[in-house]
Design a protein around this ligand. Sequence first.
Ligand code: SF4
Length: 337
Amino acid sequence: MTTQDMTTPTRGDVLLRATDVTKHYPLRADGFSRHRRTLRAVDGVSLEVRAGETLGIVGESGCGKSTLGRCLVRLTELTGGRVEFDGQDISGLSTRRLRPVRPGMQLVFQDPQASLNPRRRAGDIVAEPLLVHRYGDAAAVRRRVAELFDVVGLSAAHLDRYPHEFSGGQRQRIGIARALATGPKLIVADEPVSALDVSIQAQVLNLFADLQDEFALTYVFIAHDLGVVRHVSDRIAVMYLGEIVELAGTEELYEAPAHPYTQALLSAVPEIDDGSDASPRERIVLTGEVPSPVDRPTGCPFRTRCPYAREQCALERPRLTPTASGRSVACHFPLAG
Ligand code: SF4
């Protein structure tokens, strides 16, 4: 089991398909209401990820993107819907039947400090998934760990160090090495650079890109910052209140956002002066609070903050619908086709 000896999916084939995925958390009735209430963290998400591509998932804090990421790799049980990975429905698999699937799909966490056991040496942390999945004898595991350290830009001298002896960027490299250990086809990276200094972010993003080329990896890249996902994503899904509101090719989405929420998020991304005559984007400041996923607005979930809301928006929930240009948007009055 190495990063190359599992069957490599054909580039462009659907590797991961989510259909109407929901994750709801029942809340206890409080003193004001006798009714049990439900927090709808993920509310009917459907998407496909093709082998070899990077799908970015973007949205504000609390929009459900991390919960969705965990549902996609079955680290969180689904409330409803279905997830197929590499042609197999994994939504209802027991822990035992999920075990042979696990090596193929891994998660890289946001906070490398919190996700690495402080009492274990870096080499042992990376060896752990190899031991769990019975990679080989002790010598084979040691060789493999040394190989993984080299792949992520760490040296053999780092193997015996503890997590606190590394910089933030190096700790994230250990997390990436651990994710690569089992030879995955899919990596879901949950805000993998947001805890890092800007100067280090670029190095880790470049590492992700190099590894994708070298090992034909498929990524789901979760971030709150559209500026970050632009540089790594082929397509981008924008989430709001547990739903995808727009899904489009990266350049298409940046050039002409169709959903008013995407437009507002984009307007906050600093633009690089490339010397062109194009007028800078107007900054759109959203007013109003993000509604609670416990008390969602009727109709369109974005209508309480949308500068373009009309009467129909309160009455009818817009569904994610393909447009003529191939993108999908959940808005009654999209800004682009
Ligand atoms: Fe705005 Fe209405 Fe579109 Fe919702 S459906 S994003 S409220 S225009």
